[in-house]
Ligand binder design. Structure first.
Ligand code: B12
Ligand code: SF4
Ligand code: SF4
Length: 229
């Protein structure tokens, strides 16, 4: 028996529009904590947040992004509890911290491409069809069985380079991703991090800072902004 419908209904009821299911058995066992399946969830940013990022009003954007981040973390934790209550094991990755190399054992984006949720763009972000990269991500590892998606293994950016040109730090390297790509092929995280810290000082944010211009400028985010519902 597969539990896709049950979990989709659960996450939709909590306001998560995008849910994907991955078979992670090809990934290092320690990284996936011995679990075979991964659930990827994505919560879109409000359209207003994307506009604010582009207008440069970073304090407001920072607060809006943080609120969305808190929301998806809480939802992922509820997902874990729900699965455990159904008699399976589960682990929410929402509160996993990055290490000193700015890495986590199993990034949300890896679970997301394996779950068919989107591709990695030249911005190094996950690009979903409907909301582009303008989503907050989380993931849950579990032994609850699912029918799993076909993994996405290459970029659909083509010749587009909007995010590359929009990045104020010149951090993006105009690379078309495939699963063989290394992060260093795509982004210079030192430059990106420098820009984020600079903005934190300019806008006097506490407890972190954001840039996100590459996310807001993406043509897929722009399509989401202009779509008529
Ligand atoms: C550390 C971190 C950073 C670091 C390093 C960024 C980086 N690219 O690694 C810094 C501080 C620079 C950063 C900046 C930002 N970040 Co950040 N960051 C993280 C964090 C906490 C861990 C990422 C990680 O483990 N990196 C390690 C490297 C190896 O992996 P990766 O680059 O993330 O992803 C690669 C793999 O997934 C691989 N891959 C994809 N599919 C597959 C499949 C297989 C089989 C394999 C082997 C590999 C593979 O391709 C990816 C690209 O190289 C994640 C949250 C999380 N737990 O995942 C958020 C996260 C990636 N960040 C996010 C965001 C939004 C941002 C910022 C916009 C925020 C800001 N402060 O302004 C910027 C954008 C920078 C950018 N263009 O990427 C979002 C991305 C959302 C999206 N749509 O993709 C995440 C997922 C947070 C979230 N909860 O939503 N971030
Ligand atoms: S978050 Fe800002 S500095 Fe970092 S890659 Fe995106 S646009 Fe460039
Ligand atoms: S702006 Fe263009 S190049 Fe950058 S991630 Fe989006 S589609 Fe890809």
């Amino acid at each position: 028996m597969y539990y896709n419908a049950l979990m989709e209904e659960f996450f939709h009821s909590l306001g998560i529009p995008l849910v994907g299911f991955a078979d992670l058995s090809h990934i290092n066992e320690d990284a996936r904590r011995g679990f075979r399946y991964g659930i990827s969830i994505a919560l879109p940013h409000y359209k207003d947040t994307i506009k604010k990022i582009l207008e440069g009003s970073s304090l407001e954007a920072f607060n809006a992004v943080n609120a969305r981040n808190k929301e998806i973390k809480e939802i992922a934790a509820k997902g874990e509890e729900f699965i455990v209550a159904k008699g399976f094991r589960a682990f929410s990755q929402a509160y996993i911290k990055r290490d000193e190399k700015y890495e986590t054992p199993l990034p949300h984006k890896t679970v997301a491409t394996a779950a068919g949720m989107g591709f990695i763009g030249k911005s190094s972000a996950l690009i979903t069809k409907k909301y582009g990269p303008a989503v907050r991500l989380s993931s849950i590892l579990t032994d609850m069985p699912f029918e799993t998606a076909q993994p996405i293994i290459k970029s659909h950016c083509g010749n587009c380079r909007r995010c590359v040109d929009a990045c104020p730090a010149g951090a993006l390297l105009d690379h078309n991703w495939s699963i063989a790509s290394a992060r260093t092929d795509i982004i210079d995280i030192g430059s990106c991090n420098g820009e984020i810290s600079r903005r934190g000082k300019v806008y006097n944010t506490t407890g972190g800072a954001i840039c996100g211009v590459c996310i807001a400028a993406c043509r897929y985010s722009q399509n989401y902004l202009t779509e008529i519902r």
